[in-house]
Design a protein around this ligand. Structure first.
Ligand code: ZN
Length: 369
């Protein structure tokens, strides 16, 4: 095997080039992954536009085969060379209060909302490629398996592109089901039919939700249509239909039990609408509350409000189990697959640039162009 890895490196704002890195030596505690497929995350186009975050090997929805592994790492993860794994992007400390109670996404070393210098904080797909051993992202032939990586074994026959949905679908399980309590008899409203929103709809339906309503815009037509095969009972184009009327008709005027906003909601307008469409006692995952928190409405409706914040081990494993069940047409989410030389196009396409109707895009480094 060649002792270098080719990697697609973000070298400036919306600029990528292929560079080669020496494969790192593997000690007892770490390993090396041969990347099979790397999903382009919904946040990647924004990360690609951000200044002062280069050089970086992007790609944080990573699936591959264990190429080399140290003895201690093999025992810790229960894997051998040739085993296939999906990874979280987090590289938590494993000894703080949050890690010890299983909430490693809140670890001060893994939680983006608490670190001052995100670019120099180790995390797959977003950190500085100048930090040795450099291979910190999925858009490369090989990725470094750090001792503190979070690893899930996947079945030998699982399509790698499907397995890259572990993270976005894991977010859906976390936000709609584990946090929001979407389940039997519940009515669920999801804003935004991107990969996270589709993940929320699918997770809610798989958990037994009675009615799942997914709201999007006219430009989301293809995703809204597809969502009906992936858990949504009702898909609403809010530019053509009155969402409030649809929700109140379906719930007999009561409002929904669970709301998840997967859009950015910079001005708080979705939050305002979400609160207005909630039943008493509803649970809401909101991304923005506008200029002020409408505490009177929250009190009047006896609401619980939280914000979507990543995924737990349990959520990602449940997502992988959903993929493995073959009960859902997961392949329809995997709209495009690119080679390592087309990472630039893959990231732009995720933001709707260059390709229409992209849903979940993968980069498969072994793919022959
Ligand atoms: Zn920790």
């Amino acid at each position: 095997m060649a002792e270098v890895a080719r990697a697609a490196v973000k070298i400036a704002v919306e600029k990528t080039e292929i560079r080669e890195f020496a494969l790192p030596p593997v000690g007892s505690d770490d390993g090396l992954l041969r990347v099979e497929s790397s999903g382009v995350g919904g946040s990647d186009p924004e990360m690609y536009r951000r200044a002062n975050t280069a050089p970086c090997i992007m790609g944080h929805e990573v699936v591959g085969t264990v190429e080399r592994i140290g003895d201690a790492a093999a025992r810790r993860w229960g894997v051998r060379p040739g085993d296939r794994i999906a990874l979280h992007e987090y590289l938590p400390c494993w000894h703080c209060h949050w890690c010890l109670q299983g909430d490693f996404r809140l670890c001060m070393e893994a939680d983006f909302f608490n670190v001052e210098d995100r670019f120099n904080t180790l995390r797959y797909g977003t950190c500085n490629a100048e930090i040795a051993p450099h291979l910190w992202g999925g858009n490369a032939e090989f990725m470094y398996l750090a001792p503190n990586a979070v690893v899930h074994k996947i079945p030998g026959d699982m399509d790698a592109r499907h397995a890259t949905l572990a993270v976005p679908l894991g977010n859906g399980v976390q936000w709609a089901v584990l946090d929001g309590g979407a389940g039997m008899g519940k009515t669920v409203l999801v804003f935004g039919p991107g990969q996270q929103g589709l993940g929320c709809a699918l997770a809610a339906k798989a958990a037994g939700a009675a009615t799942v309503i997914l709201a999007g815009m006219g430009r989301d037509r293809a995703r809204l249509d597809l969502s009906r095969e992936l858990g949504a009972d009702i898909a609403v184009d809010v530019e053509a239909e009155d969402l409030a009327r649809v929700v109140m008709d379906v719930t007999g005027g009561k409002g929904v039990d669970v709301v998840v906003d997967t859009t950015g909601d910079p001005d708080g307008r979705i939050a305002e609408q979400a609160i207005a469409l909630s039943a008493k006692g509803a649970w809401l995952s909101l991304n923005g509350l506008g200029a002020s928190v409408p505490i009177n409405e929250i009190k009047k409706r006896y609401l619980t409000v939280r914000a979507p914040r990543g995924h737990s081990y349990r959520a990602v494993q449940a997502a992988l189990d959903l993929v493995a069940s073959r009960r859902w047409p997961i392949d329809k989410l995997c709209s495009h697959d690119f080679g390592l030389d087309q990472v630039h196009e893959a990231i732009l396409a995720t933001a709707g640039r260059g390709i229409a109707d992209a849903i979940h895009i993968t980069v498969s480094p072994g793919k022959v162009a």
